[in-house]
Design a protein. Structure first.
Length: 268
């Protein structure tokens, strides 16, 4: 039986198997989607083994391998130069492994109707997911971007990489006013340090977008709800990026008309 999987460390929290199996069943397709814990030392061996498995269609990649995985796959689309991180690898003819990134499209989807041109944005984090998000924001023509990150040099390099004007502040800095606040870090995720931040500086029309989905209602989103701010939860990006990946891995369009049923499954 053909299969795909999601890899990361940790991986037990991943909802990707539920999503892809839901779509496979809804479409009546034969196949499976699994989760595999792969640590940093095992990454090269993992790809070497899967390269020789004709039943393996590919994988999605989560924390902490989105950047390191680039060293083990082909990159004909120039993702290394553009986004600098991958979240999807597919196996082609002869076992050639190719990397791509569906995070940027998944992040963008719920913002497609929002006018952010020239408007200030705050992004928390500078890892693999943040790279895809900053790439998407650069295409949206946003105004100045404030990046909150532990490493000012790393943050400044990312803003420059994507041609974004703005500033880098420590995680403890007060928020500047912004039309959009994005948590692109694992802070607030189960098993990770909390994300404690004062949302008072945000204007009433601001949107708070947290890509963490375990728990689904993070402290950040709860605080935004208490302020009456618009919110976007982590399932929006998770399902969005998974939809692009499903087409790549299984060569079929997922039934997005079943999104309400899928969300109900994921939040049960």
């Amino acid at each position: 039986m053909t299969y795909a999987e999601v890899i990361g460390d940790p991986i037990s929290h991943s909802k990707s198997p539920l999503i892809h199996r839901f779509w496979l069943e809804a479409l009546g397709m034969t196949g499976d989607y699994r989760a595999a814990r792969v640590d940093a030392d095992g990454l090269a061996g993992y790809f070497a083994a899967r390269r020789d498995d004709p039943d393996w269609r590919g994988c999605n990649i989560t924390i902490p391998h989105k950047i390191a995985a680039l060293d083990h796959v082909a990159d004909p689309g120039g993702v290394r130069e553009s986004i600098g991180a991958i979240n999807t690898v597919f196996r082609g003819d002869g076992g050639v492994l190719t990397g791509t990134n569906t995070d940027a499209g998944g992040f963008y989807a719920p913002l497609a109707e929002v006018d952010l041109v020239g408007k200030p944005v705050v992004v928390i984090g500078a890892g693999g997911a943040a790279r895809a998000i900053l790439f998407a924001l650069s295409r949206l023509g946003v105004g100045p971007v404030t990046l909150l990150n532990r490493s000012p040099l790393k943050g400044a390099a990312l803003l420059a990489r994507f041609g974004l004007k703005g500033q880098v502040l420590p995680l403890t800095a007060p928020l500047p006013p912004a039309a959009l606040l994005v948590n692109a870090s694992p802070l607030g995720m189960a098993g990770q340090p909390p994300l404690t931040i004062d949302l008072a500086p945000l204007p009433d029309g601001a949107i708070v977008y947290d890509i963490v989905y375990a728990p689904l209602e993070t402290e950040l989103l709860a605080a935004a709800d208490a302020r009456g701010l618009a919110t976007i939860d982590g399932l929006e990006m998770l399902i969005g990026q998974a939809a692009f990946a499903f087409e790549i891995l299984f060569d079929a369009a997922p039934p997005r008309d079943r999104d309400d049923d899928l969300r109900a499954l994921l939040t049960a």
